[in-house]
Structures are given as C-alpha cells and as structure tokens.
Design a protein around this ligand. Structure first.
Ligand SMILES: Cc1cc2nc3c(=O)[nH]c(=O)nc-3n(C[C@H](O)[C@H](O)[C@H](O)COP(=O)(O)OP(=O)(O)OC[C@H]3O[C@@H](n4cnc5c(N)ncnc54)[C@H](O)[C@@H]3O)c2cc1C
Ligand SMILES: NC(=O)c1ccc[n+]([C@@H]2O[C@H](COP(=O)([O-])OP(=O)(O)OC[C@H]3O[C@@H](n4cnc5c(N)ncnc54)[C@H](O)[C@@H]3O)[C@@H](O)[C@H]2O)c1
Length: 499
C-alpha cells in the first residue's frame, strides 16, 4: 500500500474499466466451431477458459458486464479491502492495551478507505484482464449470451457454435418480498461499495457470511449497525459454538443484535428508513439511514433460453447438474454459483476446472463439496472444511472431536488474539480426519493446513509429529493432533530409561 492514499479514485476506476470491460473492445470474428464456449467470466468462467486455452482448446468466453464477476467487482476483493481498513481502525482502538497509546482519538477518512478499495480492485483485475485473455488466444465477447440450440449460443448478432459449453453465470442478491422495502430503498453487495459516505445508522438484514462480515466492518468503521437475522443464530451453516463466539464479538464491538427477528415492513420518513420487526410476538422498530440486504443469492438462469439447449434448472437451486457437473444436455456443464449450494470463489474455480476436464478430457471427476474449505472474514475469522457435527449426527457417522482453545496457544497469547478454538473431527476408532472448524484471527490461513492434510490423507497420528514453527497459531492443529495421540496411547508414556 502507498504510504499516503488519496481520495481520488477516478484513475483507478478508469484502469479497472480498461481491464474488465474496455470501451474500445472489438468482438472477435467467431470461429466455425469452438471446443468450449463459456457463458460468464466470473471466477468459474475465467478458470475454465484459461485452463482450456492453455491446453490448446479453442475457447469462446462471453461476459455481459465485467470480467471477474461478483468476486472481483462486488464480492470477495472489495469486501476484504474494506475489512482490512476496519481491522486497522479496531487495532488503533486497542492500542492503549499494547502500551502504544495514540496521541489522539483515531478518525476515519471514508473516502480514502473507499479509494484504497478501488485501487486494490483495479490492481487485482490485471491478472484476468481482457488483453491477458486475448493474449492466451481466448475469443472474448462482451454481451448477454443465450442459447440458440443444443450446440449454439447467440451474442448480439454473433452465433457461436460449440462442441461443449459451460454455464458459469453466477448469482445475484436475493431480495426478500417485504412491504415497503422497494419504495424505501436499500443497498445490496452490488451497490454498497459505491456508497459515497459512511452512514451514521445502518441496518443489515441477514446474518449469513455477507451480513456478518460487512456489518462488523461498517460498525468498526464507525456506523451504528443493527443486524437482523431471522434465524436463532448467525451463520446457520456453522457449528453453534463458533456462531456464539461471533455473536459475542459483534456485541462487544457495539453492534445491535436482533436474532430470531423478521422484518415485516419498511417505511420511509424523510431521509430515515424505518424497519418494522417481529421477534416472537414482540413488535419493534429500527430507524436507520441505510439498509443493506444480505439475505442470500439466487442463481442467474433467466434470459439464457436454457430450454432451447435442453438444460433443466430449478428455481432457487439453479442449473441441475449431476455428480460430474453435467447438465441435462450431455454437452453442457455448469460450474460456480449458478449450480452449487456452496457459493464461494474457491468453489467456483475448483468446480469450473473439474467441469472443463470432464467436458473436454472425459476425466470423470466427481464433484464433492467436502474438500472445499471456506471462511467468514469476521473478527475472529470462522473457517470450516469437511463434515460438521450436526451433519455427522444426521448421517449417523460416529465421530470424536479434539478441541484446542486459542487461549492455550502461545502465539495467540503473545498477540492478544486468544478468542477462538480449533476443533478437528475424527472418524471414531481411527485417526482419519473428517472435518475441522477453526475460530481464530487467522482461521482463513489455518484451515488450508487442514485442506492439505485431508486431501493427502494425513491422519491425526502423523499430524501430531509434524514440526511446526514456534510460536505460531497453527500449532493449535498440532496440539489437537497430540491430544488425539494421548487419547489413543491411554496415558503419557514414561520417558525412555537414560543410557
Ligand atoms: C460481498 C461478498 C463477499 C464475498 N466474499 C467471498 C470470500 O471472501 N471468499 C469467497 O470464496 N467467496 C466470497 N464471495 C462469493 C463469491 O464472490 C462468489 O461465490 C463467486 O464470485 C462466484 O463465482 P462465479 O464465477 O460462479 O459467478 P460470478 O462471480 O457471479 O460471475 C458470473 C458472471 O457471469 C456473467 N453473466 C451472467 N449471465 C450472463 C449472460 N447471460 N451472458 C454473459 N454473461 C453472463 C455475470 O455478469 C458475471 O460476471 C463473496 C460474495 C459477496 C457478495
Ligand atoms: N467469506 C465468504 O466466503 C463470503 C462472504 C460473503 C458472502 N459469501 C457468499 O455469498 C452468498 C451470499 O451471502 P449471504 O450471507 O447473503 O447468504 P446466506 O444465504 O449464506 O445467508 C443469508 C442469511 O440471511 C438470513 N435471512 C434470509 N432472509 C432473511 C430476512 N428476510 N430477514 C432476516 N434474515 C434473513 C438467513 O437466515 C441467512 O442466515 C453466500 O452463499 C455466501 O457463501 C461468502
């Protein structure tokens, strides 16, 4: 990062546009037949296009908006850039406790924070820019694609004939049908990164990864945030103790938490938006300046004329695919948010690589979400891979869990980041690791060690022997594995007799 950021972001916006949607782009002359035609250039479409082009297949890639899709333009990248500013703010508030008091109260220049986010977005865009893709030999078309038969796409006047196709059209924010919401006005992840000023009062609807990440970030930036979740807990996909730590952390930050609460209506009073809520039988109201809707995402299947290609889809679920990511048309696969229940950038990329290999090389790879790690980038971060405890119970899989609290990990203590735990689930009677949940300041990094361990089949016995750096938070994983060793050994063995 530059030492002195400025609020001027127009150069970065122009740079971003040149990379993700150049104004002077000339559509290529379509080839007679493409090996692979891809609809959508988000993480899934880009991954498949680059994988196939590098192996010599002819590729057409169609994007109706901006290269990079949701992840680059209004998802992972801008959100993490803003979350980093929120962390810096929070760190300054804690500075006294580290013996490094600030000379004055920390303040925030929101315009500079947003300019930094735009600069980062433009910078990251370079890796998959239009010119990079063209240099790889990919025929890139801008425009909305629709199927014009089982083996053809139409983009404006162009007709793209293909041997195989991949639908990677992603998803968009789901907007709940709440009386008055539309008239009152709201933001979603598509528009929140364009906010000109930090709202004084912000209501976040939805306590999934999106609502929790952005809610906590805006709170730390200085907004008064009320988060409304219709479920009894945040992050319903996560284990209860992980979600409870997050609830506690958000409350400590000063967020107003409304669990088990539904918004029944919204009205506008001048510049104020008033949410009418219901918690059990109790009615309430929340007055705010902005509403951020974070209530899930719905797959983009409209306007594709999927019926013309014999591709079935289910409302809410998206394109129907089999275990090999093949749609009901054997020559059309799908990948990413348009067909997966786990809507993450890494899942989109992994599924696209697999779909491309299945389509073009008949690789026969079976898609299995169990190998996908994910993380919610709150403080503390909450990461998971593989089996959940509730899932094991539902499927009657006997498991044993080994937990290490971060407050017992030296590096977490030295850093003052003791909130959280590492929990590894093992198949009972063996050392086979089936899943892990990590709540820690760096859970997004720690979970990748579990991904390596699980994908290579390393068990708890071997993990206990792997030498980790000292002090490091990742030693928590080693300590959990050593707890397993002590468990199976029955007791700590006596030291060997001295020679
Ligand atoms: C705020 C936010 C933060 C997130 N943070 C993370 C994170 O930290 N980590 C993580 O792993 N995931 C995160 N995600 C999720 C992640 O962004 C998505 O899972 C990912 O972008 C999905 O990739 P995709 O390629 O399937 O779809 P998308 O990124 O949605 O791309 C699909 C593309 O298809 C195009 N398209 C659609 N229809 C057509 C058509 N008819 N013709 C041509 N083009 C079309 C769209 O314009 C779009 O560019 C976040 C999401 C949000 C909203
Ligand atoms: N770090 C990450 O990987 C990351 C970050 C942000 C988003 N994402 C992905 O983007 C997608 C969208 O995220 P999301 O959090 O919006 O979706 P989500 O479906 O995971 O969570 C939405 C939450 O909103 C709640 N909800 C639904 N309707 C509501 C209503 N009317 N009022 C109050 N609460 C309501 C639900 O109970 C749910 O917990 C997800 O698939 C997520 O995985 C990932």
């Amino acid at each position: 990062m530059r030492r002195h950021e400025t609020a001027s972001g127009s150069d970065d916006e122009a740079l971003l546009r040149r990379r993700v949607r150049p104004a002077d782009w000339r559509q290529p002359e379509p080839k007679a037949l493409y090996d692979l035609a891809i609809v959508g250039a988000g993480p899934a479409g880009l991954e498949a296009a680059e994988w196939a082009a590098r192996r010599g297949f002819s590729v057409a890639l169609v994007e109706r908006e901006n290269l990079g899709g949701n992840s680059l333009n209004a998802g992972s990248v801008p959100s993490k850039a803003l979350i980093r500013t929120a962390q810096v703010q929070d760190g300054m508030r804690e500075a006294d406790a580290f013996g490094a008091p600030l000379p004055e109260e920390p303040s925030l220049d929101f315009a500079v924070a947003m300019a930094r986010m735009r600069r980062i977005r433009a910078r990251v865009a370079v890796y998959h820019s239009a010119h990079e893709l063209a240099a790889l030999g990919i025929d890139l078309f801008f425009g909305a694609a629709r199927f014009a038969g089982a083996h053809a796409l139409a983009v404006g006047d162009a007709r793209l004939s293909f041997r195989k196709a991949l639908v990677a059209t992603g998803a968009r924010p789901h907007i709940p049908d709440i009386p008055g919401l539309e008239q009152a006005g709201y933001r979603t992840s598509d528009t929140v990164f364009d906010m000109p000023a930090l709202p004084k009062r912000l209501a976040v609807m939805g306590g999934g990864p999106l609502g929790c990440e952005l809610g906590q970030a805006f709170c730390r930036l200085g907004a008064h945030v009320t988060i409304v979740q219709n479920d009894p807990k945040f992050l319903p996909r996560e284990e209860r103790d992980a979600a409870e730590i997050l609830s506690w952390a958000m409350a400590r930050d000063g967020m107003d938490i409304r669990l088990n609460t539904v918004v029944t209506g919204v009205r506008r009073e001048g510049d104020t938006r008033v949410l009418e809520t219901l918690n059990n039988a109790v009615r309430g109201e929340i007055a705010v300046d902005e509403i951020l809707v974070c209530t899930g995402r719905v797959p983009n299947v409209e306007g594709l004329d999927l019926a013309a290609a014999g591709v079935a889809f289910a409302p809410g679920r998206g394109i129907v695919v089999d275990d090999f990511l093949c749609s009901t048309n054997p020559d059309i696969h799908a990948a990413g948010d348009v067909c997966l229940p786990l809507k993450f950038t890494n899942a989109a990329e992994a599924s696209a690589r697999m779909a491309a290999r299945n389509a073009l090389q008949q690789a026969g790879l079976r898609h299995d979400g169990a190998a996908i790690p994910w993380c919610t980038f709150c403080d503390p971060e909450i990461a998971h891979i593989g089996l959940q405890v509730w899932e094991a119970r539902r499927r009657s899989i006997p498991i044993k869990s080994y937990t290490v609290m971060l407050s017992d990990v030296d590096r977490a203590i030295t850093d003052g980041q003791e909130t959280g735990f590492v929990k590894i689930h093992v198949a009972e009677g063996s050392d086979r690791i089936l899943g892990a949940t990590i709540v820690a300041s760096r859970a997004s990094e720690l979970i990748n060690e579990m991904a390596v361990v699980m994908s290579t089949g390393i068990g708890m016995a071997a993990l206990a022997e792997v030498v980790h750096t000292y002090p490091a938070q990742s030693r928590a994983l080693m300590l959990a594995a050593q707890a397993y060793r002590r468990d199976v050994d029955g007791a700590v063995r006596p030291p060997p007799p001295s020679a």
